[in-house]
Design a protein around this ligand. Structure first.
Ligand code: SF4
Ligand code: SF4
Length: 315
């Protein structure tokens, strides 16, 4: 399934973004992530493999072509009648042809994730370039954009040579060598810091936080001339406590960083869990209120850390 290092798996490309770096930017969402945050809003980007997505509301007036169309027998009609289809996701996991998508004329079945060569992306960036303005460029996000390391380092080097400003949004749960190779080609870094307690971090994301903290410490000591903004998704019941905000502020001060961006938890990705056949732990979780966010922001500001809320980070 993998195309090797010559191509990268990308699950979305969005133009005209103004929230993830300065100016107007083209966002590239790379597939695959070593973390498993239970609140993730991009579940279609978790694994490094194209994903089958099923949208039942589009599935109608069709003789269920996908059922005989699946060579693995993974698709079957619901016993409750109607034209809704059930998919055996274990069998689907090993599928690399997605024949069912080809026979679904209603587009109820779609593939998330497409392999791109660096040249294809460079052509796309050159097309978008006239909309970016002097400050804009590209932002690589995901998933974890640095996971497909050889492809991404190649892409970043090409952008650098072409004078395209690059921003990367990463968990920093990556080897130091990858950051070392990427930094000279990056102008902006957003690094997610989800919890200061390593045990709680592991509970919420599936991995401990030591590597992330070490990488943050290391970057802050380098002479890298770009701008680093730490981002924390504020997740109810996980990290929305004053104690965690205080510990995070102390850590930032200790390593010489002076700004943070708090992003309130939202459920905008909820419908995608159903489309992927996944359950969503946060399906009923209300969003974080502005008052609660302001209370956390006050903790940072008391410790002289500039705190941006939501998409209000000044670029
Ligand atoms: S998923 Fe597509 S091919 Fe299958 S029954 Fe629905 S509309 Fe038809
Ligand atoms: S993705 Fe592959 S295995 Fe799954 S239903 Fe479609 S054709 Fe069958």
């Amino acid at each position: 399934m993998h195309e090797g290092v010559s191509k990268g798996l990308i699950f979305d490309i969005q133009g005209h973004s103004i929230h993830d770096g300065p100016g107007t930017r083209t966002l590239v969402f790379l597939s695959g992530c070593p973390l498993r945050c239970a609140w993730c809003s991009n579940p279609e980007g978790l694994v490094l493999q194209p994903q089958l997505m099923y949208k039942p509301r589009l599935c109608k007036d069709c003789p269920a072509r996908c059922v005989p169309g699946c060579p693995k027998g993974a698709a079957r009609q619901s016993e409750n009648g109607g034209s809704h289809i059930l998919f055996d996701r274990v069998l689907c996991d090993s599928c690399d042809t997605m024949e069912c998508v080809k026979v679904c004329y209603m587009r109820a079945l779609q593939t998330s994730g497409k392999w791109y060569a660096v040249d294809e992306l460079m052509r796309l960036f050159n097309r978008d370039r006239c909309y970016w303005g002097p400050e804009g460029g590209i932002t690589l996000t995901g998933g974890e954009p640095l996971l497909q390391q050889e492809f991404v380092l190649n892409l970043l080097a090409r952008c650098h040579d072409a004078g395209i400003a690059a921003c990367v949004e990463t968990s920093a749960y990556v080897p130091r060598t990858v950051l070392l190779a990427a930094l000279p080609c990056i102008q902006w870094l957003f690094i997610d810091l989800k919890h200061m307690d390593s045990g709680r971090h592991r509970q919420g994301t599936g991995v401990p936080n030591e590597l992330i903290l070490d990488n943050l410490r290391w970057i802050s000591r380098t002479n890298w001339p770009g701008r680093l903004v730490v981002r924390t998704p504020v997740v109810p019941g996980f990290n929305d406590t004053v104690a965690n905000a205080e510990a995070t502020a102390e850590f930032l001060a200790e390593i010489g960083l002076s700004e943070i961006n708090l992003l309130p938890f939202h459920r905008l990705g909820a419908s995608k869990y159903g489309q992927l056949g996944m359950s969503y732990e946060y399906a009923e979780q209300p969003a974080v209120g502005q008052e609660a966010l302001e209370a956390l922001a006050a903790v940072y500001r008391e410790k002289a850390i500039t705190c941006h809320l939501g998409s209000d980070t000044p670029f």
